[in-house]
Design a protein around this ligand. Structure first.
Ligand SMILES: [Fe+2]
Length: 415
């Protein structure tokens, strides 16, 4: 706790009450991690959990996790820290920016941008439809799993973050080394590779070796309501449909009805319901590619909530896990008998790339005007290394690059 007089006050984050709007959210498959136990005696129960994970992640690309083991009171405390961090006034935020003030002003040859950098992404960084800019503030932490995270000489942290590094690291490290590890081990069982293979080869941490370790961005993200005239121009969308670029994403579930998943088969948007004290977990592009397209990196978005939740804000704690930079993004290193049997092989058009190559370009596209200022609910699709940057229909039986080119505007971008 801070010993000096601090410039901020921690207070509980107030969640919205459950909506009585009658909206019917989809029921995500819920995985109870208290049933996960190590050792040969519990293999059968792990296999049962693996089967549940496999079914959901290879169709929706989303699951919810309950009984993950991180204390609810501690998580509430972390939310109050995140809320205070994101309520720092803009003038003060400017001393701790993750990138430039706008995505289109970012010199990507020098900066990794606010999507990946440490620090604040202020409101208005991303371009949306019809000239509208986003109304979201976020703060990213990097190198969470290494001791350098605590080095306040190297890292320029705002006061509220500096005072609570221990609590911040504790949560995100738990998600990486415990929850992520279990999801990876269950994926090993589903894909019939040795248990421990995916975590060890893609996500394990070697202290101080940033490129040779799995990693993740820990993020606090706060959505303020948009001005009504802006909201109209973007058709009530607060964050446009996209897929995540990394491994698995973990976000704190909350009652505000605003996260939607796009069903690959029907194209319909469905609200994600609330799982009290749960985490919502989704597949990112890297895991889709590593599994040869078996796991689905689902397109999702955030829209304005129903009327009875309009006076509440959406605030989420997110961990975007990602494999190590040198991880090859195709199914060959996994050598999974299951994927081979099901016919999920590396498509010929995929160039052999590593995660660093994918993440660099994919992350830079999210807020670019050239990609996002469209009259459709989706962005223009960008062809990267023989793959589409987002695959809006990839679970359809006839989905292919050729098919996508007929149905969407597919562009290529330099840099
Ligand atoms: Fe996302």
């Amino acid at each position: 706790m801070p010993s000096k007089a601090s410039s901020y006050k921690l207070r509980p984050f107030v969640e919205a009450p459950l909506s009585s709007s009658g909206e019917k959210p989809i029921e995500l498959e819920s995985i109870d991690l208290s049933l996960y136990e190590d050792g040969p005696g519990h293999l059968q129960s792990r296999k049962e959990l693996a089967a549940k994970i496999e079914k959901s992640l290879s169709t929706y690309g989303f699951i919810s996790v309950i009984n993950h083991g991180f204390e609810a009171e501690k998580l509430e405390h972390l939310k109050s820290i995140g809320q205070a961090l994101l309520e720092v006034p803009l003038e003060e935020q400017k001393k701790y920016l993750a990138g430039a003030l706008k995505s289109d002003l970012e010199d990507r040859s020098k900066s990794i941008g606010a999507e990946r950098g440490s620090g604040y992404k202020p409101k208005g960084y991303w371009s949306m439809q019809n000239g509208v800019e986003d109304s979201i503030t976020h703060y990213n932490f990097n190198h969470l799993n290494h001791s350098s995270f605590f080095d306040t000489e190297v890292n320029n942290y705002p006061e509220v973050a500096k005072d609570h590094l221990k609590e911040i690291a504790e949560y995100f490290r738990f998600v990486h080394t415990d929850v992520l590890k279990k999801i990876c081990n269950l994926t090993d069982l589903a894909l019939e590779v040795p248990e421990g293979f995916i975590y060890e080869n893609y996500y394990s941490i070697k202290e101080g070796d940033y490129d040779g370790s799995g990693a993740g961005y820990g993020r606090f993200m706060l959505y303020d309501a948009m001005p009504p005239e802006d909201e109209k121009k973007v058709n009530n969308t607060w964050l446009r449909g996209h897929s995540d670029s990394g491994g698995f994403t973990f976000l704190t579930s909350q009652p505000i009805l605003s996260l939607q998943i796009r069903d690959y088969y029907t194209g319909r948007w469905n609200f994600v319901g609330h799982t009290p004290n749960g985490l919502i977990v989704n597949v990112g592009d890297a895991m889709e590619f590593i599994t040869g397209g078996y796991y689905k990196s689902a397109v999702h978005r955030v829209v304005s909530p129903p009327d009875d939740q309009k006076n509440y804000r959406r605030f989420v704690v997110i961990y975007f896990s990602r494999p190590k930079e040198s991880a090859i993004l195709d199914p060959e290193p996994l050598n999974s008998p299951k994927l081979k049997r099901l016919g999920y092989n590396k498509p010929d058009e995929w160039e052999k790339i590593d995660f660093a190559a994918w993440n660099k370009i994919k992350s830079s596209l999210f807020g670019r005007k050239a990609v996002n200022d469209t009259n459709t609910e989706g962005p223009k699709l960008v062809l990267l290394h023989g793959r589409l940057h987002e695959r809006w229909h990839n679970a359809e039986s006839n989905f292919s690059l050729e098919e996508a080119k007929k149905r969407f505007e597919v562009i290529t971008l330099e840099g």
